[in-house]
Design a protein around this ligand. Structure first.
Ligand code: TTP
Length: 203
């Protein structure tokens, strides 16, 4: 790709999936993270919650790197307005999956972009519908360990794909970063630009 950022770009996330997705934009970036206690963060609505957590993840990194553009994100699964984060135990993962079985849930990712004294935040929603899951399936999926580092206890990009009947929205948003929307936001904020002035195919 032919882009560059106007300032150094930092991804404030330890997620290898976010790193892979951000690299699709084709601009160089560094990864820097700070620990955040997500459970202490409040949100009045589902989207407010993920946006507040995303902002908190980026804040400490942005304060220490004021010359840079800092991007952070948070992904959660919501069913019946209840947030499902990463399951803390096998029992919790099984409970989550039984709840998601045969139904449609919403995956929301909040993204924060810090630059200068500004924080710009947006969120993206994707609806995911699961097939009916048998107890045997849930037990063996949870035993594989794939559920533990993922919101809602499944990975749409791994064997969790076998549970998904259909989705409505951005697939990458479920994996942790709505990269197409992020690219558009960076462009709107004039934080990325074409490398050569001649090449201007708008998208
Ligand atoms: C639903 C779903 C979530 N996930 C992931 C995306 C997120 O990485 C993770 C939710 O946890 P997050 O707290 O959003 O992110 P993280 O702890 O992995 O990384 P960091 O806080 O350092 O940025 O779940 C999948 O990989 N596949 C899926 O299908």
């Amino acid at each position: 790709m032919e882009f560059k950022t106007t300032k150094p770009l930092i991804l404030a996330s330890a997620s290898p999936r976010r790193k892979e997705l951000l690299s699709l934009i084709g601009v160089p970036f560094e990864v820097k993270t700070m620990e955040v206690d997500e459970n202490s963060i409040y949100g009045g609505s589902a989207s407010e919650l993920v946006c507040n957590i995303a902002m908190e993840k980026g804040l400490a990194v942005a304060e220490r790197n004021q010359h840079a553009i800092v991007i952070s994100a948070d992904t959660m699964v919501f069913i019946d307005d209840e947030p499902l984060g990463k399951p803390q135990s096998a029992e919790m993962a099984k409970r989550y999956l039984r709840r998601l079985s045969g139904r449609t849930h919403t995956v929301i990712t909040g993204v924060a972009i810090y630059f200068e004294d500004i924080c710009s935040v947006f969120f993206e929603k994707t609806k995911v519908t699961f097939y009916q899951l048998s107890d045997e399936w849930i037990d063996s999926y949870v035993a594989s360990g794939d559920c533990f580092d993922k919101a809602g206890g499944y990975g749409i990009q791994t064997a969790g794909a076998l549970m998904v009947e259909h989705i409505n929205g951005d697939y990458n948003n479920v994996v942790g970063l709505p990269v197409a929307e992020l690219y558009r936001e960076l462009k709107n904020l004039q934080l990325i630009e074409w490398k050569s002035a001649g090449a201007r195919h708008d998208h």
